[in-house]
Design a protein around this ligand. Structure first.
Ligand code: FBP
Length: 566
């Protein structure tokens, strides 16, 4: 008996279930009243101008005709024939994605017990290759309120050839899908728009869901923030707050923190409000002020010098991962090199591709290109080796530069250290620079969702179902008025076509959903401008602590969202 007890204890200690996860599952996400009564019906939502550019009208003639919709409660009409729906998680993981699936599943089962939800595995290529599982009530219950995308896995494949599109059509036709829900960021919702256009012939409606920790999928007045942003920011803010606490205690380190967010600096801005660091870089501001990389180095170094004068040889610095895109001379090289790589790879075999070449061969090839000027070479050679290598890294399947693979915090740290050595020799800098560098990214993408993201994801799943049940296709499900309590949230359908613009990808102009950058005129940035001098000199640190699920600290929302809605 004692042996059995011991064995049970060992199994419990070594099992992969945690008390935390079990407790977290018991949270029942709140549903807004407009979705609580059933699929409801859709009506036009007036008061917003959404224009579609000519290229989008040409490439997406059918979905371009969509207009803005609101979902309103209605007496439920009985669904007679069961529906089969598909769902795919796409791009980088974001906390709250499992709740989107839970919402979709619960809404579907509520409408008809025989409705089915099919989950495609490992992202869009799961549709192309028809790899799927049927989602069960058990799977939903196990993953409810948990982070990551591991229920189905995810991927970054672009459905960008007629062959891939044909295979998607076949998969959806064979599975008799009446609807497909694509959970993703700008690129994934671009996929959704093209899928909607191409699948209408076989009766599969397509709805996108706004996801990305980067926070850059926004539609002014309609979609304030995608799901996942709040949780990731809170996870990063926990860490930066802890570093504030440590550096103010041992008084000896400058912490250079790079924060994920491929392009826009929304994450850095939010984490700044959460933690009040000594230096905060915002890419969009750097671009507007036309700062060079040396200006940026100076900007950091000046605060270090000022604080050293007051005997403070410590502090925290926030560096958005996408900052390189906003430094003009770096971005020009990124664009030119992306073009050269894409052009070279189009003609090369897999074995000869650009990334099979040595660093010296790559530089040579770039040097020989007709779009590369002497001036570009001088700029390139003036960069530290780490940055030179970073600029040549492979682009992703959508042709995007992979900022996550470049150690921007190390590059800036080394440049700042070099500059300060010179300032010290001149007697201007009297401090002692000791540094630590950190990268926060993948950890925040996998964190447990905040209560806000649990509710948000769940409502999005229900909204997607309502749009499908009401015949919509080529829309993104969204929740308007997120700054208000859940009881006042408004589910809507935003047409995808007006969100699209032309962008250079793999050396060509492509129709994609536009990313929204930090608005330098909005209240949040204006308030940062007002506060940051105080934060840089005084130790005005803020310690947000870990994400909470109960008690008053559980009911938080992004500070930027709240400031911008004032
Ligand atoms: P999504 O836009 O797909 O949500 O992904 C965003 C992101 O997390 C960026 O912040 C980051 O730069 C990038 O993904 C990293 O990509 P990868 O997972 O391919 O390394």
């Amino acid at each position: 008996m004692a042996g059995k007890l011991r064995q049970t204890k060992i199994e419990a200690l070594l099992g992969n279930e945690t008390a935390f996860r079990v407790a977290r599952r018991s949270y029942q996400p709140h549903l807004c009243p407009r979705l609580a009564a059933g699929a409801g019906s859709t009506r036009p939502l007036d008061g917003f101008d959404l224009d579609v550019i000519k290229v989008a009208r040409e490439q997406l003639p059918f979905v371009s005709k969509n207009t803005l919709l609101k979902i309103i409660p209605d007496s439920p009409s009985r669904q007679v024939t069961p529906r089969r729906l598909g769902v795919v998680l796409s791009g980088g993981p974001a906390p709250g994605g499992h709740n989107v699936i839970a919402g979709l599943f619960h809404a579907a089962k509520r409408a008809h017990p025989d409705n089915q939800v099919i989950g495609f595995l490992a992202g869009p290529k799961g549709i192309v290759t028809d790899k799927h599982v049927e989602i069960t009530a058990d799977m939903v219950a196990t993953h409810l309120n948990s982070g990551g995308f591991h229920m189905l896995g995810t991927g970054r494949d672009k459905i960008d050839t007629p062959e891939k599109m044909k295979r998607c059509r076949e998969t959806c036709a064979v599975l008799k899908l009446s609807g497909l829900v694509v959970v993703g960021g700008d690129d994934s919702n671009t996929n959704a728009a093209f899928l909607a256009e191409n699948l209408r012939g076989i009766g599969t409606q397509v709805i996108g869901i706004p996801k990305t920790i980067d926070g850059d999928l926004q539609v002014p007045g309609l979609l304030q923030i995608p799901f996942g942003f709040h949780s990731a920011c809170m996870a990063f803010a926990t860490e930066v707050g802890n570093l504030n606490s440590d550096c103010k205690s041992d008084l000896k380190y400058w912490h250079f923190n790079r924060l994920m967010g491929r392009s826009a600096s929304h994450i850095a801005l939010e984490v700044a409000f959460q933690t009040h660091p000594n230096v905060i870089l915002i890419g969009e501001e750097i671009e507007e002020k036309e700062l060079t990389i040396h200006n940026v180095v100076r900007l950091i170094a000046d605060v270090i010098v000022d604080r050293a004068r007051e005997g403070k040889n410590y502090g925290t610095i926030l560096i958005p991962e996408g900052i390189l895109e906003f430094i003009h001379e770096v971005n020009v090289l990124i664009i030119k090199i992306s073009y050269i790589i894409a052009r070279y790879n189009r003609e090369a075999t897999e074995d000869e591709s650009f990334h099979k070449l040595s660093f010296e061969e790559q530089v040579q090839l770039i040097d020989n290109s007709d779009i590369w000027r002497d001036y570009d070479s001088r700029v390139f050679l003036g960069f530290p080796g780490l940055l030179q290598k970073g600029l040549l890294l492979p682009r992703d399947s959508h042709g995007n530069f992979q900022y996550a693979m470049v150690n921007t915090e190390r590059i800036l740290l080394e440049m700042v250290a070099t500059y300060l050595r010179k300032q010290k020799a001149k007697g201007i800098y009297k401090g002692n620079l000791r540094t630590q560098n950190h990268y926060y990214g993948y950890d925040g993408r996998g964190t447990f969702p905040t209560k806000f993201d649990c509710d948000y994801g769940y409502n999005l799943g229900f909204a997607a179902y309502s749009l499908l049940a009401n015949g919509a296709t080529g829309y993104m499900a969204a929740i308007k008025d997120l700054h208000l309590p859940v009881a006042d949230w408004q589910p809507i359908g935003i047409p995808l076509a007006p969100l699209m613009h032309l962008e250079e990808r793999k050396g060509r102009l492509e129709l994609v959903i536009a990313k929204q950058k930090v608005d330098l005129e909005a209240p949040a940035f204006k308030l940062l401008e007002q506060e940051r001098r105080k934060w840089s000199l005084e130790d005005h640190y803020r310690f947000p602590g870990p994400i909470q699920f109960d008690g008053p600290a559980a009911d938080t929302k992004p500070i930027t969202l709240q400031l911008n809605s004032l």
